[in-house]
Design a protein around this ligand. Structure first.
Ligand code: NAD
Length: 275
């Protein structure tokens, strides 16, 4: 990823994925997980945590991010688990279906799905947000979730867990990211509806809604340093979160500890109150 210009050094030199701190206790022993956007940021931290909890992990990433993916694969191997990466653009429905089958074949099944890949476009005025940009954010954040989930259900057994990454912006839209807020609200409701639909199949569906986290997403989406600083000032904790602080929420929702939790949104946002 591009280095965050200007203030990253004083704010968050390198996003902390928990590689130095996360200690697993076998909470996901023998599980088989597919994580989109598992090469960096929040998804990278989740991949590390899952492997250290005993899961085998397939990560999906954009083709240009092979180096990030290789780093995460190295950490999965160090944890003694099987890892596999798939370079794929998830805005293509056929590719989504194929990658799910590839992941299941690699791991000999699937019982955890984390739909975490996402994008955003920060522009001040709606006139500057092109139809193509708006559509691409929906294809990445919502449509791909739908395509991948649908394909994964052919593999997911009773007891499986689906976790979708939404955002604080699902409740609290920023004025300059109309595409993003709309997709994240959609993820919330898609997940809650599906959670109810899948009760008879014994499959749980939950959402993690992160607050501001300094990752590559902010850079690629054009969010300025000033905007991130403003989020920090506004937040109850007066700071952004780290990917490492998000990962434990995914571990909980993936593990049997959350057997009575489905259709929930777990807010991990430094104490900001949401509706
Ligand atoms: P990130 O940029 O590190 O991760 C985004 C991931 O999405 C990357 O791994 C990238 O490979 C993948 N991706 C994007 N477009 C793709 C495509 N077309 N095909 C395949 N993969 C694609 O950023 P992050 O902050 O870790 O984001 C992870 C999730 O967390 C996203 O859904 C994001 O919306 C959400 N989130 C982030 C924040 C934050 O402040 N960083 C806040 C709330 C929610």
């Amino acid at each position: 990823h591009q280095p965050v210009p200007g203030v990253q050094a004083e704010m968050t030199p390198v996003p902390d994925l928990g590689e130095k701190t996360y200690r697993g206790t076998g909470r996901l022993t023998g599980r088989k997980a597919l994580i989109t956007g598992g090469d960096s940021g929040i998804g990278g931290a989740v991949a590390i945590a899952f492997a250290r909890e005993g899961a085998d992990v397939v990560i999906v990433h954009l083709p240009a991010e092979q180096e990030d993916a290789d780093r995460i694969l190295g950490l999965i191997a160090e944890a003694g688990r099987k890892g596999h990466s798939i370079a794929a653009d998830i805005t293509d429905p056929a590719r989504c279906r194929a990658l799910v089958d590839e992941a299941a074949a690699e791991l000999g099944g699937l019982d955890i799905l984390v739909n975490n890949a996402g994008k955003q476009v920060a522009v001040e005025n709606i006139e500057d947000l092109s139809d193509e940009q708006f559509e691409l954010t929906f294809r990445t954040n919502v449509f791909a979730n739908f395509w991948i989930t649908k394909a994964a259900l052919a593999h997911l057994p009773a007891g499986a867990s689906i976790i979708n990454t939404a955002s604080l912006e699902a409740y609290k839209p920023a004025p300059d990211r109309l595409d993003y807020a709309a997709t994240k609200a959609a993820i919330n409701n898609l997940s809650k509806g599906l959670a109810q639909q899948l009760v008879p199949r014994g499959i749980r569906v939950n959402v993690v809604a992160p607050g501001p986290v300094w990752t590559a997403l902010q850079v690629s989406g054009g969010v300025s340093d000033e905007q991130m600083k403003a989020f920090d000032d506004e937040s109850t904790y007066q700071r952004s979160g780290q990917p490492a602080e998000l990962a434990p929420a995914y571990v909980f929702l993936a593990s049997a500890e959350s057997s009575y939790v489905s259709g929930a949104t777990l807010n991990v946002n430094g104490g900001m109150v949401t509706p």
